[in-house]
Design a protein around this ligand. Structure first.
Ligand code: BGC
Length: 591
């Protein structure tokens, strides 16, 4: 649980403030040359949670007009979570989804320059009650600055000594995906293109997985092929062609990897932390730090599943495994992740995103805060610092829906809360978008920099096709309502291997929602999660029965059927049937 109950925000978080100050700089210069201001606009908002309890809160909002006097005003914002405005004062309130509109109450409609009005309301929420990140007054963003629309548009300045408007190539920016292309892995593209209909998505960017030491050099894996890190980076420089380009790489090789499962066990034993540091991280750090790659924006996904496993699958919990207990005890996950953050974070053009599981794992109250605490502790281990963390990534290689459009965890059916349904099972979140935004807020309030951003892996969480519901389920019971209305068609939220019925999700997109740096395809669609039967191999991959369609489950999936596709090859290898199904069930559909 968050400790501070009272939080205030002035003119949005650092992300908004950074944009605002860049704008204000341009403006100051203009005001100096443009004479008296015309109809100036500008505002500042202070939003304070003055009281908060487990399901409700009271907020006070002070709105200050920094522009010319207003005759009538409308204030608007978007909640990041499921907050609902109840009764409010000194204004008339309405809410549609997460969007809130407050109109003046008549008697307080006139707002002079520098004048303030105080309004407030009682609201309800579940999960996290974060402060909205931005506000508008009469359509103008309240960032504490002022603008004068009678100012002439800014002329390009020919003086080359002026500070540049655009970031220098390779300079670390707030959101690396904005204004940049993303690297298309030619080997994945070739696999996709070879499938019927696959050329429709073959130009989508996917991540490069460095899933064993030999992958740095390039190995002869029949599917991931022989391109090593240098080959990929050289190709990325070509694709960039002098423009900003994001190169996405997955750091995935911890000692005792994948401790709660077998399908993606790696080649390093639980104690091989020295080898991880010297022969893996140091080698990668040296390569990406070479001057020829300094203009690329290198986005890392740091060690999928590792830290979340140390929270949920240890210590006498029903879900615990011996391997996870061992990795908690020997400290090598924490030490390895901290080392990766430090070594890679030291490279100026690297953006580290730490894997944070997904809502169907970390979304429960007991797991949520504990995970963020562990992330924070890890980011302060050894030489790492929270500044080495650019953000977090959720749903890596998983299938959790981005948005459940037809139900909300706070809905009620016949006096029963949706949280009580079998599917939701008391989770605070029903989808990845709400979870990611709440996790970001929790991380910031725990001490991570306020400008961190989130990535969501949408490679395989589309859930389209014929089985996709088109409206809410019936109100006959809370289970009917959720089960017939949910777009995620898995048998159980804990199922993770080659899920039957899944589709490609949102195509990779920059800055799609507040707090989200990008939707990304980190798991390359069409690459298997694990073999459906035991297949001997030299990649350290085990056989996990969660990938066997005849398996009846374990406590981590509520003892349910695995929902996995049959005839699957070992993890990382091309699985044509799965690719075909992902394409057919894509949501949004593939045109
Ligand atoms: C596998 C890796 C593979 C990656 C991407 C992981 O589950 O363990 O070997 O590169 O998926 O397909």
């Amino acid at each position: 649980m968050r400790s501070g109950r009272k939080r205030a925000v002035r003119s949005g978080p650092a992300r908004a403030a950074a944009a605002a100050s860049a704008f204000a700089l341009g403006c100051t210069a203009l005001v100096a040359t443009s004479g008296p201001a015309g109809a100036a606009t500008g505002c500042e908002v202070e939003y304070t949670v003055v009281n908060e309890w487990s399901t409700g809160f009271t907020a006070g909002v002070t709105v200050t007009n920094l522009g010319d006097a207003l005759d009538g005003w409308t204030l608007e914002w978007d909640f990041a979570g499921d907050q609902q405005v109840g009764n409010g004062w000194n204004g008339s309130y309405s809410q549609s989804g997460q969007h809130v509109t407050v109109e003046d109450a008549g008697y307080n409609g006139t707002l002079g320059t520098e004048a303030s009005v105080e309004i407030g309301f009682n609201g309800t929420y579940s999960g996290s009650n974060s402060v909205p990140s931005s506000f508008t007054l009469n359509g103008v963003e309240c960032d504490g600055g002022t603008t004068d629309p009678t100012d002439p548009p800014e002329e390009p300045d020919p003086d080359p000594t002026d500070p540049p408007e655009e970031p220098e190539p390779g300079e670390r920016v707030d959101n690396p995906y904005v204004g940049a292309d993303v690297y298309v892995n030619p080997q994945w593209a070739a696999n996709a293109e070879a499938e019927p209909g696959g050329d429709a998505v073959a130009d989508e960017p996917t991540a490069v997985w460095l899933d064993q030491i030999s992958a740095i050099e390039g190995n002869d894996s029949p599917t991931t092929g022989s391109m090593g890190l240098v080959d990929h980076l050289d190709e990325a420089v070509e694709q960039a062609n002098g423009e900003p380009l994001v190169f996405q790489v997955v750091i995935y090789n911890l000692p005792g990897r994948d401790c709660a499962a077998l399908a993606s066990n790696g080649t390093l034993g639980p104690e091989e932390i020295g080898k991880y540091k010297n022969d893996y991280i140091d080698v990668i750090a040296e390569i990406i730090d070479r001057p020829e790659y300094s203009d690329l924006r290198i986005v890392t996904t740091i060690e999928p599943d590792s830290l979340p496993n140390l929270v949920t699958n240890v210590g006498g919990r029903e879900t615990a495994t011996e391997n996870c207990d061992e990795m908690l005890e020997n400290g090598n996950y924490v030490e390895g992740v901290a080392y990766a953050l430090e070594a890679l974070g030291a490279v100026p053009n690297v953006y580290n995103y730490v894997d944070a599981g997904h809502h169907g794992w970390i979304g429960w109250e007991d797991n949520f805060g504990a995970s963020v605490d562990l992330f924070y502790e890890t980011a302060q281990t050894g030489g790492a610092s929270p500044e080495d963390v650019h953000g977090f990534i959720v749903n890596t290689a998983n299938y959790s829906a981005l948005v459940e459009p037809y139900f909300d965890v706070t809905d009620n059916v016949n006096g029963q809360m949706v949280r009580q349904s079998d599917w939701v099972d008391w989770n605070n979140y029903a989808d990845e978008l709400s979870f990611a935004q709440a996790l970001r807020d929790e991380a910031v309030s725990t001490g991570f920099p306020s400008d961190i951003g989130m990535l969501i892996d949408t490679s395989r969480n589309g859930w389209g096709g014929d089985a996709r519901p088109t409206g809410p389920g019936p109100q006959t019971s809370v289970n009917d309502y959720v089960n017939e209305g949910r777009v995620d068609r898995r048998i159980h939220l804990g199922n993770w291997c080659n899920q039957s019925g899944a589709g490609l999700g949102e195509r990779p997109t920059a800055a799609p929602e507040s707090g989200i740096d990008a939707y990304v395809w980190v798991k390359p669609p069409g690459e298997s999660d694990g073999s459906s039967e035991e297949i001997p191999n030299d990649e350290g991959k085990g056989f996990d029965r969660m990938c066997d369609p005849t398996y009846g489950g374990n406590p981590r999936n509520g003892d349910s059927d695995s929902g996995a596709l049959a005839n699957a090859p070992i993890s990382g290898h091309w699985f044509s049937e799965q690719f075909q199904e992902l394409l057919a069930n894509a949501y949004p559909p593939v045109q």
